[in-house]
Design a protein around this ligand. Structure first.
Ligand code: SF4
Length: 490
C-alpha cells in the first residue's frame, strides 16, 4: 500500500485559515443558477466576510467565517443542488470543464453531460470517498476557451480524427505541477466514463483507503509506471484502449486566449456571453446579487464560474448586451481585457495562509491601483503573485511571476518578491529569474517592464512572455533602466 498526505476544504469540511474558517462550495463545471447565487450571497453575508472568491478550479470559497454554518443552512444548500448529498465525497476536487461548454461556437463536444455523469458516479459510489481530495478531472470540449492546459490528474481533451470526435486521454505523471501528459490513447466519447471509473479503481487498489494520508494520482502512476497503470485499467474494461494510429491525423483546435473575458457571440444565433472581470477572483455579495438579477432579467438565469477566476453571464440577446454592460458598470464590474485585473492572479497570501511570506492579495491590488492610470494595456499581461513556491493560485506559466520572499538587509528583514519573466529553457517552475524587488519598489518596476514591452514588442500579437524570451535578462534590465532614465528626464 502507498500513502501520502492530503487535506482540502469543502462545504462539509470547513478548514481553519489565517482569516477565519474557510468553506469551499464545489460547483461541478462551474455552472450556477440565480437562486443558488442568492443563497450563497446570503451565507457569505451572514457567516463570512460579505464576499466570495472564485477559485482556479471554478469553485466558490466563503472566507472569514467565525462561527460554524448552521446545519439547516447546509441542508438548504443541498436542496438547491449545492454541495453533495453524499457528504463523504464533498471534498473531492471540483470537476473542471470548458466554461463555454454548450455555447461555444468552436467546440467539438458539449462536455456538460460528462461532468454531470462523473459527478453522479462519484456521489453514487461511496467507495470513491477514499479518493484523494485532490483527485482532479477535466473535460475539454475543444472550444475557444481551453482548459486542457490547467493542472489536473486526468484530462479528456476533445479532438477531431477523420471527421469523428474523440477524447484524448491525459494523465498526470512525472514532476509535480505539470499539466497532464497525453497518453496517446484515443477514446470514443461513450467510453470516457468507464475509463474514468477504471482509472479511479486502479488508484484505489494501490492506496490505503483507510488512511487520511492519501497519495496523489501522479505519485501512484509514477510508482507503478504509466504503462503498467494503463494495463491495469485495461483489465477492468470490456473494450480495448486504442492509441492514435500512424495514419490518422487529429485536428488540434486553437483556443483563443482570453475569450473568458469580454463580449462574445455564442453558437446560438443572436445570443452573447459576457466574461466579467473579478479582481483576484473576488466578488462582493451585492455584486453577485446584481449579476443574478441581470442573468434572470436578460439571460437564462445562468452564471458560470471559470477556472481563470471570473464569471460568465450567458444567453444575453444581442439587443440587450449594451444595457447589461452599463448595468454591470453600475455594479462596479466590467468586461474589458485591457483591465489589468483581468489576468492578475494572487494566492490567499499572508491574510489567509500561514505559509505566505507576503500579503499577495494586498500587494496585487495595490499594483493594479498604481498601474490603473499609468499604463494602458491593449492585450493582457498575466501577473501572478505567489506567497510561497507552492503556487496554489496558478500552476500554469504566467508572463510575470512574483514569488514572495523575505531577505535580510542591514536594517533588518525586508519583504519583497523574486521576479520571474517568460519561460526558462530548463522549464523551471516560474520562468527566468529577473531580480529581487522590495514591496515598496515593485509597482514602479512592473510599470517600467510593461512600458518597455509596449514600445519594444514586435507587433500587437506578441505576448509579454514571447517578448521577454527574445532577450537575455541583462538586456531586459538595460531596456527597463533606460526607460526609467528617460521617464525621469521627461
Ligand atoms: S501559494 Fe503558498 S502562500 Fe499561497 S496560498 Fe498556497 S501555500 Fe499559501
Amino acid at each position: 500500500m502507498l500513502s501520502g498526505f492530503t487535506k482540502c476544504p469543502g462545504l462539509f469540511y470547513a478548514t481553519p485559515a489565517q482569516d477565519g474558517i474557510l468553506s469551499r462550495i464545489r460547483i461541478p463545471g462551474g455552472i450556477l443558477n440565480s437562486k443558488q447565487c442568492r443563497a450563497i450571497a446570503e451565507i457569505a453575508d451572514l457567516y463570512g466576510g460579505g464576499y466570495v472568491d472564485v477559485t482556479n478550479r471554478a469553485n466558490l470559497q466563503i472566507r472569514e467565517i467565525h462561527q460554524g454554518i448552521n446545519a439547516e443552512v447546509l441542508k438548504r444548500l443541498q436542496k438547491l443542488g449545492l454541495g453533495s448529498n453524499n457528504t463523504a465525497v464533498d471534498q473531492i476536487r471540483n470537476i473542471m470543464t470548458s466554461p463555454t461548454a454548450g455555447i461555444d461556437p468552436q467546440e467539438l463536444v458539449d462536455t456538460r453531460p460528462f461532468v454531470q455523469a462523473w459527478d453522479n458516479y462519484i456521489k453514487a459510489n461511496s467507495q470513491l470517498s477514499a479518493l484523494s481530495a485532490k483527485f482532479s478531472v477535466c473535460f475539454d470540449g475543444g472550444g475557444i476557451v481551453s482548459v486542457s492546459d490547467r493542472v489536473n490528474d486526468i484530462v479528456f481533451a476533445a479532438v477531431l480524427v477523420d471527421g469523428n470526435v474523440y477524447f484524448r486521454l491525459g494523465l498526470s505523471v512525472g514532476a509535480k505541477g505539470k499539466p497532464a501528459k497525453d497518453t496517446g490513447i484515443l477514446l470514443p466519447l461513450e467510453n470516457c466514463l468507464p475509463v474514468l471509473a477504471a482509472l479511479a479503481d486502479v488508484y484505489l487498489a494501490h492506496i490505503d483507503a483507510s488512511s487520511k494520508h492519501k497519495l496523489r494520482l501522479r505519485e501512484v502512476v509514477n510508482s507503478l509506471g504509466c504503462e503498467n497503470y494503463l494495463q491495469e485499467v485495461q483489465q477492468r474494461l470490456a473494450f480495448p484502449l486504442s492509441s492514435l494510429g500512424q495514419k490518422e491525423k487529429f485536428v488540434e483546435r486553437t483556443a483563443t486566449k482570453y475569450h473568458h473575458i469580454g463580449i462574445h457571440p455564442q453558437r446560438q444565433p443572436s445570443l452573447f456571453y459576457l466574461g466579467v472581470v473579478l479582481p483576484l477572483g473576488r466578488i462582493e455579495t451585492m455584486q453577485i446579487l446584481g449579476l443574478a438579477e441581470l442573468a434572470e432579467k436578460y439571460g437564462s438565469g445562468t452564471l458560470r464560474l471559470t477556472p481563470r477566476q471570473n464569471i460568465l453571464l450567458t444567453d444575453i440577446p444581442q439587443q440587450w448586451v449594451a444595457d447589461v454592460q452599463s448595468k454591470m458598470a453600475a455594479l462596479g464590474l466590467d468586461c474589458s481585457v485591457s483591465n489589468i485585473n483581468s489576468v492578475l492572479v494572487a494566492c490567499s497570501g499572508k491574510r489567509g495562509c500561514a505559509a505566505s511570506i507576503t500579503d499577495t492579495k494586498g500587494d496585487a491590488l495595490a499594483l493594479a491601483e498604481y498601474l490603473k492610470n499609468r499604463v494602458s494595456l491593449d492585450s493582457p499581461v498575466n501577473i501572478h503573485f505567489s506567497g510561497c513556491a507552492k503556487s496554489c493560485a496558478q500552476h500554469s506559466k504566467s508572463d510575470i511571476t512574483l514569488l514572495g520572499v523575505s531577505v535580510e538587509e542591514e536594517n533588518g528583514t525586508v519583504e519583497g518578491y523574486r521576479v520571474y519573466v517568460g519561460v526558462d529553457d530548463n522549464d523551471l517552475q516560474f520562468g527566468r529569474e529577473y531580480q529581487f524587488v522590495t514591496v515598496a519598489k515593485l509597482p514602479a518596476l512592473i510599470e517600467r517592464m510593461l512600458l518597455v514591452y509596449k514600445t519594444q514588442r514586435l507587433n500587437h500579437d506578441e505576448t509579454f512572455r514571447e517578448f521577454a524570451n527574445r532577450y537575455q535578462i541583462s538586456q531586459l534590465k538595460q531596456l527597463c533602466d533606460r526607460s526609467h532614465v528617460l521617464n525621469q528626464c521627461q
